[in-house]
Every structure is written in structure tokens, then in C-alpha cells.
Design a protein around this ligand. Sequence first.
Ligand SMILES: [Zn+2]
Length: 270
Amino acid sequence: MALALLTTLPFVLLNLVALAVSWRLEHHPLPAEATCQTAARRPGDLRRRLPLVAVNLLLVSGGTFVGTWLLSPHLSTGWPGWGAWVGQFLLLLVVDDLVFYGVHRLLHEHRGLYRLLHARHHEAYAPLPVEILYTHPAETSLVSLGIVAGAALVHLVFGGLAFGAFLSYVIFRHLHELDVHSGMRSRLAHAIPLLAPNEHHDHHHHRPHEGNYASMLTLWDRVFGTHVEDRRRPRQAPRGGLGVPVSPLPVVPAPLAARAQRLVQPAGAR
Ligand SMILES: [Zn+2]
């Protein structure tokens, strides 16, 4: 029960913060140089979408709680060592993202399934973070199969699943999902090999059937030939370094954001 609560509470909290950030972004859009989105949002879209967002928040929070509770006999709370921790995290990532890629691509290539399930999510042409929950509830349940498959494989390979690896993966996955739906330009993600930057998924919302079906890794789109470069021209050229808001900096008070910017900016660029 405690492990299920420890997993579900951060998840709920992150979504409530995402709701507040989304509300702010809808009423105070990012400056052109800070966003990869080239289309303006329709006023009131977020308010109209909130009922479905709320349904999915309840569904996913409940699913996370029950899923972790069912999984808890197989979760170990001891420290597994760095090697096992990193190995389990990466295996969860690879399996979950591969399943997501397959399900997501199927939802696009089967037009009946697209119209029935996935078209709803793509009403968010220029999405906001909390619109990761603007999906058909059946789709929400379907894409969660990836983490179940990942947990099963980790258990098979490592003989158990460390709760620390599981929890950190769940939080990382959710933060990345919120980030790629924020419309903010990525800077740090471009420096991490294979990690999908925001432009990757935002281009998918811009032209849904062209490709970029993976969520966290660009690997699957490259291997299966569905990778599309984001060639949209910014409405205004971005300034160098981290001179523009970079997620999650926009949700951080300005003095802290400026300090974080100085920390990650190359010394020569200051
Ligand atoms: Zn899609």
C-alpha cells in the first residue's frame, strides 16, 4: 500500500502542476523564440478539454495505484547497486517506449482506430502539457501496457524489480511526456543521444500522420523509417544558449531560472 501511494502521489502532484502551467501558457503564450509551435491556440480550448482531462487523471491515478499495489510483492525496496539500477531503468525505458511506438503507430495507420480513439488527442494541434491526458480513456489504458511489459521483462532478467528504479522511471517518463507537450523548444534534450526533444513530438502534433510515433527515444522512428525532421521555421530566430525559457524553467521563479541558466550555459557564451 505504501509503495502504491509513493508512486501515485508524485504522479497526481505533477499533473496538478502541469494543469497550472498549462493554464498560464494558454493565457500568456510563450514568446515566438521560445516555442517550436507555429500555430496559435484557440481561446478556451483548455477549459473545454478539462472534463476529459479530469476523467483520465482519475483513471491513470487509479491505474497507477492499483498497478503498483499488484506489483508490490515483486518490488524490492533495498538498494540494488548502480549497475542493476541503471540496467532496470534502461530496460523499462526501451520496452515501454517500443510498446508505445507500436501502439501509437497502429492507432495512426488503422484509420478506424484513429477515428475511434486517437483523433481526440490530435485535436490538440498545438498542445499544452496537461493535454497528455486529453485522450480517449481506452487509449490511455492501452498505452500503459508498455510499462507492464517492461516491468515483467525486468523481473525476468534481473529476478526482481527495484522500487527506486521503477519509481524514478515512472516520474521521468511522465516529466518527459509533459515536456514534449509543452511546445517549448528543447535545449538539453538535444545533447542526450537518442532522447527525443520536444520538437520531435510537437512536429507529430503538427503533422500527425507523417511519423515521429515514439515518445522518449528517436531510435524506433529511425529504425522503422518513420523519423521526420522538424523543419518548421521559428517565427523568430532563437537566441543563443538558454536565453529563452526552456522547460521546466518557465515554471521556476525568474531568479532561480536565471541561476540555472548560468549553470548550464557554456562559460564562453556568458
Ligand atoms: Zn499520434
